[in-house]
Every structure is written in structure tokens, then in C-alpha cells.
Ligand binder design. Sequence first.
Ligand code: CP
Length: 304
Amino acid sequence: MKLKSRHLLGLEGMTKEELRLILDTAVSFREILDRPIKKVPPLQGKTVVNLFFESSTRTRISFELAERRLSADVVSFSTAASSVSKGETLKDTARNIEAMKIDMVVIRHAAPGSAHFLSRVVDANVINAGDGGHEHPTQGLLDMYTLREKFGSLEGLRVCIVGDITHSRVARSNIYGLTTMGAKVSVCGPETLIPREIERLGVKVYHHLEDVIPEVDVLNVLRIQLERQKSGLFPSLREYHRFFGVTKEKVSRAPKPITIMHPGPINRDVELSADLADGEHSVILQQVTNGVAVRMAVLYLLGT
Ligand code: CP
């Protein structure tokens, strides 16, 4: 079986079989990461360019490691050190890079739809590493991988995504992927941070953590985007923490332990208490490790 598209632009519209193919392929690559020699040859002779127009720690390092472990030649691009700062358009940047005979492009950009746009103007395979508030498909996949690894199956798993759903590409990719795989997905946050009619995506909406905690197996806690604090979408960080901060005291009211996820970077003791982030039910660092395996799987499936 192969993926239908030669690009990975989002999880919306992907079938259960395609998602399962990526997750199953990632299992073999995850095993490689525990070997003393972590390099395998599938992308030997291929060139991958990482175009990061927005800041990133985890995704950028994870993609670079995944590419190098598959033996690809890797070039990474930072906006500040490029001709983008001289006014060059995304289309011109991409077409000039492609003229150097590259095979795959990984792009992170603040504009929703930028990865789709790129896929229409270059011949290389395009992988979306986060396009504005739209999608972050490899984050969705690594979250699904981590949950499947822990629980064995995603079918019927009760996952609540907590925080700023409106501006979150992580939330969107998780919702598309998890609902397709049969999980029961909910979202929880202030009314100002939850899009209207999100129920159409097959999710339940909560506005009080105390209502959701007894009902779920997993809380996937999103970063509160401090840069949006000025726009009045929530009164203050203190208030946000009081009502939507996930703390040990709040989750202790659950009938059984809740698995804690976070895509990073964490604002400790704002959206998630430090003791829970580092606690025994946190899978946050497993998410990061699994991210490399999932990205290896995506690069392998698209590039070979
Ligand atoms: N999870 C995530 O996308 O983190 P970065 O912004 O550090 O890549």
C-alpha cells in the first residue's frame, strides 16, 4: 500500500488505512532509534531542504535527525540568514532552491495554506511542518503514535485537547487524525478560544476542566500562546491558570490516572503544572522521541 498523495500537507481527508500505514512504518524506525548505529540507507542520494520561516526547536531538529538517519543530504534554511529578509517571495525562494535539483521540501510558515501553495509551484515532495493555525500533521501523527504505543489502540480512546483550540494547528491535526482512527475526541477551553461549530468535526466541547477530567483517558494540553494575551482573548495568565491550568490537584479527582501530553514548548505552571509535566503519567518526552520515528516514516513513504 502507498499514500495517495506525494505530499503530506495535512491529516484532513487521510484515510484510516493511510494513517495506519504511517504509524506501522514508524514502529520499525522507532526500533532503529534504540540501536547503537541509527543510520539506514533508504534516502541515500536524495536531497531534503528544510525551509523554516518560523521558529522551531523540536520539529526542526526532529526532521533534520530523521533525514540524516535515512542517509539523505540535508540543507536547512533560516529566514534571518536568507534573501527572504530582502523581500524575496516564497514562490521565488522555493523555485530557486528547486533549481538546485532537490527532492523533498519540509516547510514551516506562519501563513495557513503555505505548504499547499508550495506543492503547486515545485516538483519536489512537500511536507508541512506547521502552516499558521491550519495543520501540523507530523505533530498529530507523533501524538497518535505515542497514544497507540501506550494504549495499544486508538479506537474508543477518550482524548481531550485543552487550551487555545482556535489558533492551534496541533489541535486541528489531532482532531482529524484521532477521529478518523476512532478515538473519542473532546476540546476544553474558554469560549473565546474555541471555534464556533467545531462540533462539526466530531468533537465534544467542554468549558470546565472539572467536567472533562472524570470523562477522559488523556489530556493533550496546548501551549497558551502568550503573544495572544494582548488581544484580550483571556483576562490574565493567572486567571487562565486558575480555570484551565492542568494541575495535580485537578487531575487527582479522576477515577484513574490521566495520561498527560503537551506538544511543547511548555509554559510551566501556566497551562500545565511542572509536577505533572515531569510526572509518572506524562508522555511528553516519549512524544519527542517518537517524533523522529514518525518523521522518518513520512520521509520514507514519500521519498522512496
Ligand atoms: N511541537 C512543536 O511544533 O514544537 P516547535 O515549535 O519547537 O517545533
